[in-house]
Every structure is written in structure tokens, then in C-alpha cells.
Write a new protein. Structure first.
Length: 222
């Protein structure tokens, strides 16, 4: 066992293994995903258990060039999606409909800077750079990550995936067992029954995913 594994193998840590072969963003059935650790997203932002009909599973892989993320989501209710989606450029306000998200803060140290990536069941996507300052949260809506996205809607589930180049973060994990910080999220439904699910619940008074202190850990390994 490598140094740190006994400490970090917990519900707050997910292992990001290196893909042994090429994986495209839309290759949902690649055997490489079976090597990736499964992360359950089963609780609302408040910490309360979400019904199983809204549960999601996330898996992450790394390659020399990219971070890959795949969500498999139960879908037993009507989709809340854009009736006229476009995927040529980012869609601001994507968070107002059904969407899966990952927030990533490179490195394990406390930081006021992180990145937000979203993909909808339509394949629409969004990438943002965020900073927390004494004056409040600042969002760079023009941040060009170079991410690509894919989605597939089945009769009882939805799959979405994203491929994020390391250049988006300004660095890549270099050391074995390097740790970054992140949260995995899902928004589903509408109105009073809208659900805000979080791998690491933020436990805020109202739904709010932007709480760096609760981010879990991504541990990069072979």
C-alpha cells in the first residue's frame, strides 16, 4: 500500500485512475470505466437522503491530456431541459435545468479559486472560473477551458460525460497520490420538488454548492 492510502480511502476521497487505453468523451461503455472507482451521489445539499429515483453514480479517469468524468443518473421523472439546445458554445444558466456538475480546485491546499464544469442531458455544457474574494464570489463567464461533452438519454436513466484538458487548470497532477479537491453534483426536477444533490453536502440554509470547505478529495493514481 502506498503512503497515504489508509488515510485517504474514505467516503470523502475518490481515486482517479489512469486509463490504460484511449477513451473518447462519448464512449460511455468503454471497459476503462469499469476500472474507475464508483462514487455515489445520493444526498441532497442539506445532507438529507435523496430518493433512489434521483441517485447518480460518478466515475473519473485521467489520461496524459485530460480529466474525464462520467455520470449515470436515474431518471424516473420528466426531464427539465432546453427545448432548443445548442452545443457549439457554452450555455449560461445551464444550472437552472437538469444538469450534472463537478467543481474542481487543483491541489489539496485551501484556495479561493476553483473551476465549475456542467453538462446537461442535451449535451449542452458550461465552464466557469470562480474566485472567492472579500467582496464576494467572482465568476469568469468567458473562461475557455476547451472541455468537450456528451450525453445520452435512455428510458430510465441519463448518461453525461465531460472531458477537461489539464490546461484548463493551469497544471496537471504530477506526483503519485497527488490530491486535488472537488465536489460532484446533480440538479434534477423543477419547482418546489427540485433536487440539489451533492457528493459532499454543503449543509447551507438554502441550496448552495459553492462551499469550498466541504469539497472532497480526488487522489490521482495509476
Amino acid at each position: 500500500m502506498k503512503f497515504g492510502e489508509s488515510d485517504l480511502k474514505s467516503r470523502e476521497t475518490v481515486w482517479v485512475r489512469r486509463a490504460r487505453s484511449a477513451v473518447s468523451v462519448g464512449d460511455f461503455d468503454s471497459a476503462e470505466w469499469q476500472r474507475a472507482e464508483s462514487v455515489s451521489v445520493t444526498r441532497y445539499w442539506s445532507g438529507a437522503a435523496a430518493p433512489s429515483s434521483r441517485h447518480a453514480e460518478a466515475r473519473l479517469l485521467q489520461t496524459d491530456a485530460n480529466l474525464l468524468v462520467r455520470f449515470v443518473c436515474r431518471q424516473d421523472e420528466p426531464l427539465i431541459i432546453n427545448p432548443a439546445p445548442q452545443t457549439e458554445e457554452k450555455t449560461i444558466g445551464l444550472w437552472e435545468r437538469d444538469v450534472c456538475e463537478i467543481f474542481v480546485a487543483p491541489g489539496s491546499e485551501e484556495s479561493n479559486r476553483y473551476f465549475e464544469f456542467e453538462v446537461a442531458p442535451t449535451g449542452e455544457w458550461l465552464d466557469l472560473e470562480i474566485r472567492h474574494t472579500p467582496q464576494g464570489r467572482e465568476t469568469n463567464f468567458h473562461f475557455p477551458s476547451g472541455m468537450t461533452a456528451a450525453a445520452h438519454i435512455a428510458h430510465d436513466h441519463v448518461l453525461v460525460a465531460m472531458c477537461i484538458p489539464w490546461e484548463a487548470f493551469g497544471r496537471r497532477p504530477e506526483a503519485e497520490n497527488e490530491v486535488w479537491r472537488a465536489n460532484l453534483l446533480r440538479c434534477v426536477g423543477a419547482g418546489e420538488t427540485r433536487g440539489y444533490l451533492a457528493w459532499q453536502p454543503t449543509r447551507t440554509e438554502i441550496p448552495d454548492f459553492h462551499v469550498l470547505e466541504v469539497f472532497g478529495r480526488l487522489l490521482f493514481c495509476d
